[in-house]
Ligand binder design. Structure first.
Ligand SMILES: [Zn+2]
Length: 399
């Protein structure tokens, strides 16, 4: 049920165009979650991090192991530790199984709450009042006692988060202080941080972000993966952001983090565009760091755009690596396009998966049904039947 709900939540949020689909950032978040989980005495099952296209400084965890991180939080966090303290806090709610405690052992209530939370996220952009009404009616359905748990839960989540951060070498104390600062600025008093709205608007948040960036001295290359990924994520909406690598004359030999290397190549490609050089660089990076999928993605994207002859050859290892994992829509969109261009048997499945996750479920189901009646390949028929059965079942349970 959790997996189905998570799938439903992603589809719904994408349908409303509430998600910022940025594979690099999403991959980095997943890596950080894995890192924190390694030191977690109560490791969680897989978590899907989702970046919400909202300027408010906010984050939430909902049943189905989803963590939502608003763009405003990326803007407002000035260091990796600060940002990760919020991620670790949300992760702790999942890890400590606060949702089942919320529902007083009646899982039905937990799901009502989850649906109400999700609905209110969806409504928040269009109609904040309707969003609050949806949240409060969901809360009303769950037991009154649940509200009393929340302070204890928040403390518990803070403590676990601090432990996780300290065990992974981040500064748990500064992170916690940052998070408490956020909590204090919260003006909603229902103790859940779900949909907490902060008076720190987008303007102030971006001003703070900019100031932090311009104050850092270019000679000291103390740039983190978070800095470059945040820049990549926010630059579309805020062209005034300064590239954290702008002051670098060359890539220091001591840098081994593939995130920083990719950012450096991108930065150069922005300043002095040369597609062939950039493709050679990202191809080299993908070969050097085999597990670093953002480099593969960049490579495939470039090859597709440039009509490179190795496109179809490069597709397969990347598609295999993505296969059963959660991937953002930008990845699925490219995979469906390239698999069709290369006339691969998997093209229908990638297209169906892309449509499905975009929230175009009827189109995905129709595509699979049509392809099933056209296909004569027994293997393909078996795969398509499985996928259709899976999607139809989920669509009946959550639509
Ligand atoms: Zn919390």
């Amino acid at each position: 049920m959790a997996k189905d709900f998570s799938d439903f939540a992603v589809r719904s949020l994408n349908k409303q165009r509430t998600v910022t689909n940025n594979y690099w950032a999403s991959y980095w978040l997943s890596q950080k979650i894995l890192e924190l989980n390694l030191v977690n005495p109560q490791p969680t099952s897989p978590i899907t991090p989702i970046i919400i296209r909202e300027d408010t400084v906010n984050a939430f965890a909902i049943p189905g192991n989803i963590i939502g991180l608003h763009l405003g939080l990326w803007q407002f966090s000035s260091t990796e530790s600060e940002f990760l303290s919020v991620l670790a806090h949300e992760m702790s709610h999942i890890s400590l199984d606060h949702f089942s405690r919320l529902s007083s052992n009646q899982s039905q209530q937990g799901w009502v709450l989850a649906s109400g939370i999700l609905l209110s996220i969806l409504l928040a952009q269009e109609n904040p009042e309707a969003a609050n009404a949806a949240l409060f009616s969901a809360l009303a359905v769950t037991s009154q006692n649940n509200l009393n748990f929340s302070q204890a839960m928040e403390l518990e989540a803070d403590q676990l988060a601090q432990k996780l951060l300290n065990s992974t070498g981040y500064n748990g104390d500064s992170g916690r202080a940052f998070f408490q600062k956020l909590e204090q600025t919260s003006f909603t008093t229902d103790a859940y941080e779900f949909l907490r709205s902060h008076p720190l608007g987008s303007t102030r948040a971006s001003r703070l972000a900019n100031r932090t960036l311009s104050e850092s001295t270019p000679e000291a290359p103390s740039v983190s993966a978070f800095d470059v990924i945040r820049f990549n994520l926010l630059r579309d909406s805020d062209p005034s952001l300064i590239d954290p690598l702008a002051g670098w004359a060359k890539l220091p030999a001591t840098i081994t983090d593939p995130n920083l290397i990719l950012a450096w190549y991108r930065s150069r490609a922005q300043q002095q565009p040369d597609d062939n050089r950039y493709l050679a660089q990202v191809s080299h990076l993908a070969g050097q760091y085999r597990g670093f999928l953002p480099a593969y993605f960049e490579q495939l994207k470039l090859m597709q755009r440039l009509g490179d002859s190795k496109l179809c050859h490069t597709f397969t290892p990347f598609a295999h690596a993505i296969d059963s994992r959660y991937a953002t829509l930008d990845v699925l969109e490219l995979l469906q396009r390239v698999s069709a261009q290369c006339q691969l048997a998997s093209a229908t499945e990638w297209q169906a998966r892309w449509l499905w996750q975009s929230g175009k479920e009827p189109q995905a189901l129709a595509l699979l049904t049509n392809q099933l009646s056209d296909s004569s390949d027994a293997n393909q028929i078996a795969r398509l039947k499985n996928l259709l059965k899976d999607y139809s079942g989920r669509y009946d349970r959550f639509r």
